[in-house]
Design a protein around this ligand. Structure first.
Ligand SMILES: *Cc1c(COP(=O)(O)O)cnc(C)c1O
Length: 428
């Protein structure tokens, strides 16, 4: 595979941009090699600047549930742009997107639009603290909620009571307000409430973990979190930045029948433009400025372009049969991949919820961060490059989700399975 133009661009980019990228995992550090610079995308495909074509399962890390350059999204963006791109004043589209969100996510009575998932989660935490008048929060090791200081904390050994900052530049005092529990382990949560009965403002969780690779919640796990938070006067925050409008029309909360107090969103609700949102119970959301004492603002929040792309995307998703089709396509893919892995006798476990999935190089089952971390990441790196060679674009890390879009065809899926079978042959 020829990547000479990408290589030249990557060298150039590294002179001006840290690591040559504007988000770290794009640099391919986990798998090695040069990231292809993408020239364009259409439907299920992307093309790099060297003219290589790929079937894409990254989907811009989740937002592109309709595929690249969807005609209705492009038309809406053109129309909106011609009328002005930003006003810093209310526009009608904001109401429409808010109504679509509130109408779809059972627990969301009011919603505030922001510009990224990071901002949504950061604001949701501030809101939970304001509402409960408490400081501590619980997150789960391996869950990602954006890069706000207090959320860049992950469990290290001995970190049961005090968080250890994952990133340099996060004050210890700040990180110590974040308690890190284990995903799918109710006891690890109960311990914190026993030790801090009146200090915990909220639990924040990805209801289906996507940032340690896809790990579904164990039966009863989310119900237990709902019960524990209610019993202790804490709020439950579902981070549905990936799962919202991905795992079903009503998000993970609809799929599992749980009503969180606050939900954070992003990715799909912006249809590929920069967006985030947080919403929830009316009495909680009424604490947000200008109604209440919790301050949060944004120059480009509710941006007309982002809002119009979001409206079209959510409207397209509401067409009958869309989620059934995503389910059918994704199942066809993961069933085929499972057989391909078996045929070469490479230990593997594929976790899938709706159209999000991860193939772990791991005999499994993978139900926790510890299991996920037991995967053969070197083997994943070789698989990644073999797939790239075959013209299939997947996440450049074992600990990420893959996404199927409505633009993928049965032929794309079958082609991908054939290519994966070829790629896996080279790993033996
Ligand atoms: C991507 C992601 C975020 C952060 O969203 P950005 O738009 O990248 O800031 C937060 N939570 C989850 C679960 C995510 O996957």
């Amino acid at each position: 595979m020829q990547l000479s133009k990408s290589e030249a661009l990557f060298t150039e980019a590294q002179k001006y941009i840290p690591g040559g990228v504007n988000s770290p995992v794009r640099s391919f550090r986990a798998v090695g090699g040069t990231p292809p610079f993408i020239a364009r995308g259409k439907g299920s495909r992307v093309w790099d600047v060297d003219g290589n074509e790929y079937i894409d399962y990254l989907g811009s890390w989740g937002p592109l549930v309709l595929g690249h350059s969807h005609p209705a999204v492009v038309a809406a963006l053109k129309k909106t742009a011609e009328g002005g791109t930003s006003f810093g004043a209310p526009v009608e589209g904001e109401i429409e997107l808010a109504k679509l969100i509130c109408g779809s996510l059972p627990s969301v009575e009011m919603v505030r639009l922001v510009s990224s998932g990071t901002e949504a989660c950061m604001s949701a935490i501030r809101l939970a603290r304001a509402f409960t008048n408490r400081n501590k929060i619980i997150k789960f090791a391996g869950c990602y909620h954006g890069h706000a200081d207090g959320l860049l904390v992950k469990a290290g050994s001995g970190a049961l009571t005090h968080g250890i900052p994952t990133s340099a530049g996060v004050p210890e005092s700040y990180a110590s307000e974040t308690l890190v529990a284990d995903y799918n382990d109710v006891e690890s949560v109960e311990k914190f409430f026993l030790a801090n009965p009146t200090d915990i403002a909220a639990i924040i969780i990805e209801p289906v973990a996507g940032n340690m690779g896809v790990v579904p919640p164990a039966p009863g796990f989310l119900d237990a979190l709902r019960r524990i938070t209610q019993e202790n006067g804490a709020l439950l925050i579902f981070d549905e930045v990936i799962t919202g409008f991905r795992v079903g029309p009503n998000g993970a909360q609809g799929l599992f029948g749980i009503r969180p107090d606050i939900t954070t969103m992003g990715k799909i609700i912006g249809g590929g433009l920069p967006v985030g949102a947080y919403g929830g119970r009316k009495d909680v959301m009424e604490m947000v400025a200008p109604l209440g004492a919790m301050y949060q603002a944004g120059t480009l929040s509710g941006n007309p372009l982002a809002v119009s792309a979001g409206i079209v995307t959510l409207t397209e998703l509401q067409k009958p049969g869309t989620y059934d089709r995503l389910e059918t396509l994704a199942k066809r893919l993961t069933d085929g991949l499972t057989k391909a892995f078996q045929s070469v006798e490479i230990p593997s476990t594929i976790n899938r919820v709706g159209s999000m999935f991860t193939g772990f190089f791991n005999a499994g089952p993978v139900t926790s961060l510890a299991h996920a971390e037991g995967s053969d990441t070197a083997m994943y790196g070789r698989y990644f490059h073999a797939m790239q060679e075959q013209g299939v674009y997947i996440a450049p890390s074992q600990f990420e989700a893959g996404f199927v879009s409505t633009a993928h065809s049965e032929a794309d899926i079958d082609d991908t399975i054939a290519k994966a079978t070829e790629a896996l042959q080279t790993l033996r």
